[in-house]
Design a binder for this molecule. Structure first.
Ligand code: NOJ
Ligand code: CA
Length: 662
């Protein structure tokens, strides 16, 4: 059936491509193939084959700008292929060592006036990236539209959040590929041919984010977040766009195990990374979302000196690394109003210098928090000085937040936003601060270049369980195959008090709507598993610390080491279940989670180090009880030759720590 279009395409290719100029490249394993073509009007197209079959049909490339025609009138001047293969190390990550192996095709197209556009493709075994690089005989250009299309040849299923230029905190839509009118990326799909894939972007700098929208030709194509004047991007006449990426795999978990997004980013610009340290943390945080505490000063103020010292003691006693305080600085009265915060002045009941000293003495990282409310001009005018002050207090970790619309009609995900988020990362690097950004720009792997960009939100996190219908087990089983393909997430897992009985006993101030019927939508064992499944180098135990005190299951978090050396998603299906294993030094950790169905998984333990016997502590759902807080802990001696039977309740999960026997 698909032979005829192939032959037609072949004829088009050979008539338009000057002899000897390369316009095709295959992946190192030979399974993926990209070809580029120019039609009679000089418009540019590409096509992708997978295992000899069409994955992306002839799809358009190019841009519309006000100053220069980057859409048509091109002829191919040069086409070269090359190969690259290296193993590189990162200071932290799911895997410390990463292989970057690709074949590249760079096709330079030109016009008589000297304008040059290079299309660079990199083909890896796990997918591909393509980007535009231009050099034009004009000054600054205004990008009005990017034309990149992704015309998927087969139908199938897809999973993504809708396109939205202001928020990623949206639930997933699982829908037939042909029915998708718009989507944000990562846009994950499974074709009827059985190919798993995900469209996203890598190395997003100085350019708006890309979403997908069906265009006038009925094809899913790039759409860029606009600036208030309708222009998408103001860029120089020499410019390189972010990569447009398509990750590919035979199994759903292959997408998670792909390092393609990181490989398409540049090496680190930070030489001394000794101050960048993955760690676990707790915080004065959940109380505000539940309504037992407030960010503002008053009788229920969370960030008080007394509370701070109590949290630092708890962190020190429980093998944790840091403590976050929200509501420590003045200005929370203005949140949702003028959005004006003071980033240096603590509330009078928060003795920041004493707290910082106490944290230092106890070897605990004090986290600062900067909620900006989206007031970018104010934050940019104060951040350098504020971060300098935090550095003097010995602080190395900063959580930022943008809960509120940007001023003057700017959108969070526009070029304006992308530039701002990047300025923060670079300013933080100068002051040796690690960043955890909430309401961030999407993750496109810039952590490789800026390893202080540790983690971010960028999806519905735990907070949604406090004041909305909450995050379902289906949502949680989709997250690893969609949002998490971009990179680490500060989901803030680990609520043990599933029905909020502690909070209800304390008394809750209604906040962000009626919260009286809210609860966590999973079992407690799944909360433990999420600490492994949802990768973050800064991993929070988000519950009120009184819910952890003397709780046997908290041992899992105490034992957990978030400074990973190796990770692998072992099994899973999108929206259904997921099993992930990680190694940190000589310990292994497994997290498994299911959707709204109970499930059994027979897990081969052949990822464990050979010849070592491990003391495995297995935290599982209690089959004898419907109470989501009910769990069992059992101990087993296990090795790489064994198979572990994991039984999960509906909405449940399982967490296992493997500690080698000495
Ligand atoms: C939203 C963030 O996601 C949450 O973590 C934070 O507590 C609030 N904004 C207040 O900054
Ligand atoms: Ca948020």
């Amino acid at each position: 059936m698909y032979l005829i279009p192939l032959l037609v395409w072949g004829a088009v290719m050979s008539c338009c491509v000057p002899f000897g100029r390369q316009t095709e490249v295959t992946s190192p394993d030979g399974r993926s193939e990209v070809s580029l073509d120019v039609d009679d009007e000089g418009r540019i197209f590409y096509r992708v084959l997978r295992d000899g079959r069409e994955l992306i049909r002839k799809s358009m490339l190019g841009l519309q700008t006000r100053e220069y025609d980057l859409e048509k009138g091109f002829e191919i001047l040069d086409g070269r292929t090359s190969t690259f293969d290296e193993e590189w190390q990162q200071p932290w990550g799911e895997n410390k060592s990463v292989r970057n192996h690709y074949n590249e095709l760079a096709v330079t197209l030109g016009k008589d006036d000297g304008g040059r556009l290079t299309l660079r493709f990199r083909l890896f075994d796990d997918g591909l990236g393509l980007r535009y690089e231009w050099e034009l005989p004009t000054g600054e250009i205004r990008v009005e539209r990017e034309l990149t299309e992704f015309d998927l040849a087969a139908d199938g299923e897809s999973w993504a959040i809708p396109a939205n230029f202001d928020t990623y905190e949206l639930d997933y839509r699982h829908m037939p590929l042909g029915k998708v009118s718009d989507a944000n990326t990562p846009f994950t799909f499974k074709t009827t041919d059985g190919i798993y894939g995900s469209i996203h972007e890598a190395a997003l700098y100085d350019y708006p984010e890309m979403v997908l929208r069906r265009n006038e030709r009925g094809v899913l194509a790039a759409d860029l977040a606009p600036l208030p004047d309708g222009v998408k991007a103001y860029v120089p006449n020499r410019f390189t766009t972010p990569w447009r990426t398509i990750q590919l795999g035979d199994r759903a978990v292959d997408l998670i195990n792909s390092a393609l997004i990181l490989n398409l980013n540049e090496p680190s610009k930070i030489e001394d990374t000794s101050w960048i340290r993955p760690h676990k943390y707790v915080g004065v945080w959940w109380g505000m979302h539940l309504g037992t505490q407030t960010w503002t000063m008053g009788p229920h103020h969370g960030a008080t000196t007394e509370n701070a010292l109590r949290h630092i003691d708890f962190a020190a006693e429980n093998n944790l690394g840091g403590v976050l305080f929200e509501g420590w600085n003045r200005g929370w009265e203005n949140w949702g109003g003028s959005q004006s915060f003071d980033y240096m002045k603590p509330y009078p009941d928060f003795d920041v210098e004493r707290i910082a000293e106490y944290a230092r003495e106890k070897g605990i990282e004090l986290w600062m928090h900067n909620e900006t409310g989206g007031n970018i001009p104010e934050y940019e005018s104060l951040m350098e000085q504020a971060m300098g002050t935090y550095a003097k207090w010995g602080v190395h970790t900063l959580k930022t937040g943008y809960a509120g619309g940007f001023k003057e009609g700017y959108l969070h995900h526009s070029q304006y936003g992308v530039r701002h988020y990047q300025r923060v990362v670079e300013c933080a690097a100068r002051h040796h601060l690690m960043i955890d950004a909430h309401e961030p720009i999407k993750d496109t792997g810039i952590r490789r270049t800026w390893p202080n960009m540790m983690t971010r939100e960028g999806a519905r996190g735990m907070e949604w369980n406090a004041w909305s219908e909450g995050n379902s087990a289906v949502y949680l089983s989709t997250l690893p195959f969609v949002r998490l393909l971009g990179g680490p997430m500060d989901y803030t897992p680990g609520i043990f008090d599933i029905d909020y009985s502690t909070a209800n006993r304390i008394g809750r101030i209604p906040w962000n709507g009626d919260n009286s019927k809210c609860c966590v939508k999973t079992t407690l064992a799944r909360q433990l598993a999420n600490w492994v499944i949802i990768y973050s180098p800064l991993q929070m135990a988000s519950d009120l610390i009184e819910n952890y005190e003397n709780h046997p299951a908290f041992r899992f978090f105490r034992d957990l080491d978030v400074d990973c050396d190796w990770s692998k998603a072992l099994e899973g299906e999108i929206g259904e279940y997921i099993v992930v294993a990680r190694r940190a030094k000589d310990r292994f950790f497994v997290g498994a989670g299911t959707d709204d169905r109970a499930r059994e998984v027979k897990l081969k333990l052949d990822f464990l180090s050979p010849g070592v016997t491990y003391r495995a502590l297995i935290y599982a759902d209690d089959p004898a009880s419907d109470d989501p807080e009910s769990y069992l802990i059992r101990e087993q001696k296990l090795s790489a030759d064994d198979v572990l039977e994991i039984r999960m309740a509906a909405h449940g999960g399982c967490a296992v720590s493997f500690i080698p026997e000495k």
